[in-house]
Design a protein around this ligand. Structure first.
Ligand code: SAM
Ligand code: FES
Length: 355
């Protein structure tokens, strides 16, 4: 089939077979991508109009027990100055964010054993007690199911854990042997069963990635049915084993965003900081390709430079208010607007449940 026919089919059926996805990814021209993006935006607007949800990202620790080859804060990177925010510092970020209109807070870190499960649980319940109108998202890596369950009971609403790649052989090229593909996938299904709104995802253009891997990623996501899908370009980090690998590109990331929107009409899809890093208007283009979420940084300015997953990360010098303001202007410049809202998955929004 020709690319435009694949786009039509995807728009109608919200799924293609593996061959269809592979041909679409490999052969889509810039002109055809424009058609894809138009359809993706129309689908997005059916559910979310031109509203863009914001999540306040608090990168609360860069300690990590893992050694993912692509990642700037991996345990074996001796060039990183490690930090860990205290609960009261994290709560100050939340208060600042609340005053700025954030109603979702994403607590993200490496897999830091310095924070116990109880401490994280208490933090979540503290935030929920102070602000019952807010959602808390955790993104702290792979844990046992009973810990995920406990945090859910403490009030955590959502969990972000990118699957990174749905192809086992590829997974093993990106991670040391201590990390297991099966465990990553097990975590995602556990989180879903417990009741979290779950986010999976992958890097676009990660080392050794093929078109077939990308097609496998979409088919894996189809089976998992996550509420959020986080994708961004791979960006090399100078002290990592992948320092000399080529970065993912803007165009390929946009293409994947458009394909994901047509495949998952209601999904929460961020235009990520990594996309804004490879192109100054990357996040705007991401929204115009079908994304509907942005995640400005609420971490204290003093630690932002230290959470360098990849080189040249943007927004490390700005105060939280500046970041929010800047993103708000960027969204307005493309006819979209940021809203004060928890920004739940469409089917979990109150207006839906009330019906
Ligand atoms: N430790 C948690 C986890 O594993 O989910 C959260 C932190 S982890 C650093 C967040 C995400 O950053 C990873 O899932 C990965 O996809 C992304 N990331 C890491 N290194 C990157 C790089 N060099 N370029 C782009 N994204 C990267
Ligand atoms: Fe730990 Fe990436 S290696 S967050």
């Amino acid at each position: 089939m020709a690319v435009l026919e694949w786009i039509e089919t995807l728009h109608r059926d919200t799924v293609l077979d593996k061959q269809g996805y592979m041909e679409l990814i490999a052969d889509c021209s810039e002109e055809e991508a424009k058609t894809l993006f138009e359809k993706a935006c129309a689908v997005k607007e059916q559910y979310y109009q031109k509203e863009v949800y914001v999540r306040g990202l608090i990168e609360f620790s860069n300690y990590c027990r893992n050694n993912c080859y692509y990642c700037g804060i991996r345990s074996q990177n001796r060039c990183v100055e490690r930090y860990r925010l205290s609960p009261s510092e994290i709560l100050s970020c939340v208060e600042e964010g609340y005053a700025l209109g954030f109603r979702t807070f994403v607590l993200q870190s490496g897999e830091d054993c310095g924070y116990s499960a109880q401490e994280i649980g208490h933090l979540v319940s503290d935030i929920k007690k102070r602000h019952s109108d807010c959602a808390v998202t955790l993104s702290v890596g792979e844990r046992e199911r009973d810990i995920y369950q406990y945090w859910f009971e403490c009030g955590a609403d959502r969990y972000l854990l990118r699957h990174e790649t749905a192809t086992k052989e590829h997974y093993e090229m990106l991670h040391p042997k201590e990390l297991s593909f099966e465990n990553r996938i097990r975590c995602l299904y556990d989180l879903k069963e417990i009741g979290y709104q779950v986010g999976a995802g992958f890097m676009v253009g990660s080392p050794y990635q093929t078109t077939e891997h990308l097609a496998n990623d979409i088919l894996f996501l189809k089976a998992l049915e996550p509420h959020m899908i986080g994708i961004g370009p791979f960006i090399a980090q100078k002290d990592s084993p992948f320092a000399d690998m080529p970065n993912g590109t803007l165009n390929q990331t946009l293409l994947m965003l458009g394909i994901l929107r047509l495949s998952f009409p209601k999904v929460l899809l961020p235009a990520t900081t990594a996309l804004g890093t490879i192109d100054p208007r990357g996040r705007e283009y991401g929204i115009l390709a079908g994304a509907n979420v942005v995640m400005p940084n609420l971490s204290p300015v003093g630690v932002r430079e230290k959470y360098q997953l990849y080189d040249n990360k943007i927004c490390t010098g700005e105060e939280s208010a500046q970041c929010k303001h800047c993103l708000s202007n960027r969204m307005e410049s493309i006819g979209h607007h940021i809203v004060i809202s928890r920004g739940d998955y469409f089917d979990r929004q109150k207006r839906q449940i009330d019906k």
